[in-house]
Design a protein around this ligand. Structure first.
Ligand code: RNT
Ligand code: ZN
Length: 423
């Protein structure tokens, strides 16, 4: 590890190198510090939640694999784990909660009966921890989702049940936003779709449109609640048909002025999610991202600093859209230390943003405008060898979080002290 003295001088040197390209590193760090990632609670317990489950739960087409010990079993354990994760991620961030994580006091409260009071302890905790809180309807892992259809179900009883659920989760979201003084982003993803050739695709989509109109009929103050809808390409058991496809939700969100949520695992593997940002921004107020990593399918692997995430960050920064693009994480890996997974995924996303913030944007854009495409490429290539790692280490140090071996040690010692004690 670099000593503090070495880090200071290495940082000063890095700043000079960046300055010679016209980049103000301190400015980049201020911008990075303003980014709040919404950390998904569901990495901590393999998307189990805290309901007294009414009967068999269905997976809704998403799947966690791996049986690494130490998953959180209670709200207190999850809070403790989250606290440990936040302590190892530089900056101030948010929590992203699913409705199935309510504090139900051991009682069976069905999805169409949940209330703001079930999330009071989460709100109190977030206030105490200075975290913004985002929220999600949970339209899967429930017997009423077993048919494969929820809001788009042809069965009125099923549909109405889920409409009631999402109306309530929106209301809870608005209470959260008002209580914490920072707008709650409510995201809606439903598993609806079918395994095989489906005759009534139009029918299900027409039903979904009507159900959504019923769900969104009530409007809330935008300072309290922002609504997002999330599309998908396919899921396990919905390989042939997904009702809420990208085109469906793009149409819906644009016509209703909602946020569109782009999950990096929800598109064809060769499709660039990064490219969608500048294509959508002229038409939406804001976007929500689910930063994820699909491996061959929407596998929700832990996010690493790969080309996809790098391009995503570059597109946000080059479009000057850091305020309009809200960044949430969405992955669930049960095969490794789950706190480590949160920390790595968050840090990788921040690293990508940092590298993008350290581009000499103005210079690159002028070279392009002048038609000097060789110089644009040469500068972009030079940037790949710039000391971004030193800037990152310095930033973490300044924010009081470890890097390198001390970071790995912190995760391991929490595992030994806390996680290994869980049965
Ligand atoms: C599923 C969607 C959705 C979920 C979470 C748990 O494919 O990505 O966002 O991962 O709501
Ligand atoms: Zn998602």
């Amino acid at each position: 590890m670099t000593s503090t003295m070495n880090l200071e001088s290495a940082y000063a040197h890095a700043c000079e190198q960046y300055a010679s390209l016209g980049v103000d590193v301190e400015r980049a760090l201020v911008a990075l510090r303003s980014v709040s990632l919404s950390l998904h609670c569901w990495q901590g317990d393999d998307v189990r939640g805290f309901e007294q489950k009414p009967g068999a739960a269905s997976s809704g087409g998403i799947q966690v694999t791996g049986g690494y010990p130490g998953a959180a079993r209670t709200i207190d354990e999850l809070k403790k784990d989250l606290q440990q994760a936040y302590a190892l991620i530089p900056g101030s961030h948010r929590l992203n909660l699913h409705a199935m994580y309510g504090d139900f006091g051991g009682k069976a409260v069905d999805r169409d009966k949940i209330e703001p009071s079930h999330f009071r302890t989460w709100m109190d905790w977030c206030r105490e921890q200075r975290l913004g809180l985002d929220f999600n309807a949970t339209c899967f892992a429930h017997p009423r989702a077993d048919s494969g259809f929820t809001l788009s179900s042809a069965d009125a009883g099923t549909r109405d049940f889920w409409i009631e659920h999402v109306r309530r989760t929106r209301e809870i979201g608005a209470v959260i936003g008002k209580t914490l003084g920072t707008a709650c982003i409510h995201n809606l993803w439903i598993p609806d779709g079918a395994k095989d050739v489906t005759m009534r695709r139009s029918h299900h989509r027409a039903i979904l449109k009507n159900s959504l109109d019923a769900v969104f009929a009530r409007s809330y103050d935008r300072d309290d609640l922002r609504d997002a809808v999330e599309s998908k390409l396919f899921g396990i058991g919905s390989e042939s048909f997904v009702v809420g496809s990208h085109e469906f939700y793009m149409g819906y969100a644009l016509s209703r002025r909602l946020m569109l949520c782009l999950d990096m695992g929800h598109f064809h593997p060769t499709e660039s999610v990064a490219d969608k940002i500048s294509a959508l921004l002229p038409f939406v107020d804001d976007l929500l991202l689910h930063v994820s990593r699909g491996v061959r399918w929407d596998s929700d692997h832990v996010v690493i600093f790969n080309d996809d995430v790098a391009s995503l960050a570059e597109e946000i920064i080059r479009a000057e859209a850091l305020e309009r693009v809200k960044i949430a994480l969405d992955f669930f890996d049960g095969s490794m230390n789950r706190i480590g997974a949160w920390v790595l995924g968050s840090r990788s996303t921040l690293k990508a943003l940092l590298r993008a913030l350290l581009e000499p944007r103005d210079r690159l854009m002028s070279l392009e405008a002048e038609g000097n495409l060789f110089a644009r490429m040469a500068l972009l290539e030079d940037l790949k060898m710039m000391p971004v790692g030193i800037v990152w280490d310095y930033y973490c140090d300044r924010e009081g979080v470890p890097t390198g071996e001390p970071l790995r040690d912190a995760i391991q010692s929490y595992e030994k002290k806390v996680l290994a004690q869980r049965g």
